[in-house]
Design a protein. Sequence first.
Length: 265
Amino acid sequence: MAHPNRLKDARVLVFGGTSGIGFAVANMAVSNGAYVTISGSNQPKVDEKISKLRSFYPELPAERVSGIAVELLDLSNLEANLETLFEKVTDKGSKKIDHIAFTAGDVPSIPKIEEMDIDSAMHGFKIRFLCPAMIAKFLALGKYMSKDPSSSFTITGGALSKKPAPGRSLATGWAASVEGLTRGLAVDLSPIRVNVVVPGTIHTEILQRITANGGQKALDNLRMNSGLLKTLGQPEDTAEAYGWIMKDRFVTGSEANTDGGRLLA
């Protein structure tokens, strides 16, 4: 028989879908025939990116792409905010989500160990660890995603977990915690599949903000030291890792490394 397009008519929710890797994942999913909802912290930006995605595929009905803003850093209201989001995206559970990609992030200050305090140490866990954990709570309830191997939840980690850099102990810990969470959730949410994509140095808006003070020289330095390929990864390349995980119904508790050979350089 013909090879199936497993994303056709699937319902995909992308957290952090307004920029960088998340926007590329949304674009990849739309191109494969999925119904895609993007989420970000700012509704005007969400609306802007919805329009941009629709412009790429003018032949598709507008309802193929939608978006809802949600504030993930407001921890005191995080659970309520997520419940509101899931209720809207699934029409109160009547239209279950097939795949969730969590790519949301921020640009935290990463102090050296001798300069850190409790607040700076905890900050990186807020979006990267606590938000996926709370999302998993809603998936465990069964209302918003079917408990089946065709369903998936993909989290985003970081290559520092495998190859720490000087002065980046906190960021290394944040990244490693996400990988541990992924394996635990793969057990607890089974048969829903839970995996983590581990990107290397990807040319995103966040990277541009991080290197803003150093300009082109800083980007060139990152490029030459990013891995065996001596180039920066592109969001559309990394998006393919999320697509593979969504389609492969026999992968769970696994890591997809998309790092240009960083670990071997």
